[in-house]
Design a protein around this ligand. Structure first.
Ligand code: SF4
Length: 373
């Protein structure tokens, strides 16, 4: 099993909190598409032995592409790689792009799952975050997506936004669960370096997100989604039964993936590589028949630590039986204190974070890491 990721590095507007790789100038859009097509072809050899179960167009905002352009990219992947029947093909989209005719085009292009950047249905939150869409567009696109025939819809939400009341968050959840969404990804608003939000916080224009509000809203979100039949299968991800994102689950399980486009990462089970996060450099290199990238071979210690970092965030937890002897020993010795605190529980050979432990996931994983040497 493997996945293919395509990074589309363009956005119509820069959200104040975002530190992903994207450009708001669409000037190089056509050149970048040409380079992407070429990279798909160029790296065919790397994917020869892979059975591709998922294709994910992320960004940036892939919905800046026209339906036939999306179809062309998917077709080229199918021409050069072994794409399984029934592969999950996801496109990240913003509500303002999702018109009824566009969604018909996307279905015709082969997209069978939309991941929609809703974030909130309330105007004041959307303005605060500098999103490109309105609350009404967010509501409309869900109705239109279901009408167009999308059977698999994921929505992103953001909580912990300054001024966002608990009731507003619950309203957001209620609107999603009544609209045919089968998957929700929810993240606390965080201040990332070199973003507009970072600048506003530093200059006192806005107050930093309140950690207590974020923790409380995370808890409320869990309860509300649980009450509407969603299962939390990763700290930030919930799905109706059987509707987990196959693409993301494969990442968390350490399966190989190929990433095309600027800033895209690839992993073959031992080596991780990442393309340059710079559109002109990416295009120049690919069009010259080379690839501008960096890479690292993961040591056994790094692989163990990544397994802890990602595994502990999932509802399947980590299994000492899947660890090498030195890692297993260190893990079993280190995890005891977290079990005593009620932050980790054991279930059929797996060690899983409790609801309380989820608040400290990254800290627990880091504490259990093995050291090199
Ligand atoms: S649309 Fe997505 S990728 Fe683009 S700036 Fe906003 S959050 Fe970032």
């Amino acid at each position: 099993m493997a996945g293919i990721y395509l990074h589309i590095p363009f956005c119509r507007k820069a959200c104040h909190y975002c530190n992903f790789h994207f450009s708001t100038s669409l000037r190089q859009r056509d050149d970048l598409l040409e380079a992407l097509r070429k990279e798909i072809h160029m790296r065919e050899e790397e994917g020869r032995h892979l059975q591709v179960e998922t294709i994910y167009l992320g960004g940036g905002t892939p919905s800046v592409l026209k339906g036939p352009e999306v179809g062309d990219l998917i077709r080229r992947i199918a021409d050069h790689y072994n794409v399984a029947d029934g592969a999950e093909i996801t496109l990240e989209a913003n509500p303002d792009d999702l018109t009824a005719p566009y969604m018909v085009d996307l279905l015709a292009a082969g997209v069978n799952r939309l991941s929609i950047g809703i974030q909130s249905f309330r105007e004041e939150d959307l303005v605060f975050m500098n999103r490109s869409h309105t609350g009404q567009q967010a509501k409309n696109c869900l109705v239109e997506a279901a009408r167009a025939g999308f059977r698999s819809l994921s929505a992103d939400l953001i909580y912990g936004v300054p001024g966002m009341k608990d009731d507003h968050l619950l309203e957001n959840v209620a609107l999603l669960s009544g609209a045919g969404v089968d998957h929700v990804s929810a993240y606390a608003l965080t201040v990332e370096p070199r973003t507009a939000l970072d600048h506003f916080v530093r200059t006192g224009k806005v107050s930093p997100p309140d950690e207590e509000q974020a923790a409380r809203q995370f808890h409320l979100l869990k309860q509300a989604l649980d009450a509407t039949g969603f299962q939390q299968y990763e700290i930030s991800n919930w799905a109706l039964p059987g509707r987990c994102s196959r693409h993301n689950t494969a990442y968390w399980r350490g399966l190989p993936y190929l990433g095309f486009g600027p800033a895209a990462h690839s992993f073959d089970g031992e080596r991780r590589s990442w393309n340059v996060a710079h559109n002109p450099r990416y295009i120049t290199a690919i069009m010259a028949g080379t690839r501008d990238f960096e890479q690292e071979w993961l040591t056994p210690v790094q692989r163990h630590n990544e397994y802890l970092m990602t595994g502990l965030r999932t509802r399947w937890g980590v299994r000492p039986g899947d660890m090498d002897p030195p890692g297993r020993e260190a893990f079993l010795a280190g995890v005891v204190k977290y079990v005593e605190r009620g932050w980790v529980r054991q279930e059929e050979g797996s060690w899983i974070l409790t609801d309380q432990g989820q608040f400290f996931a990254d800290g627990i994983a880091a504490d259990l890491f093995l050291e090199e040497g």
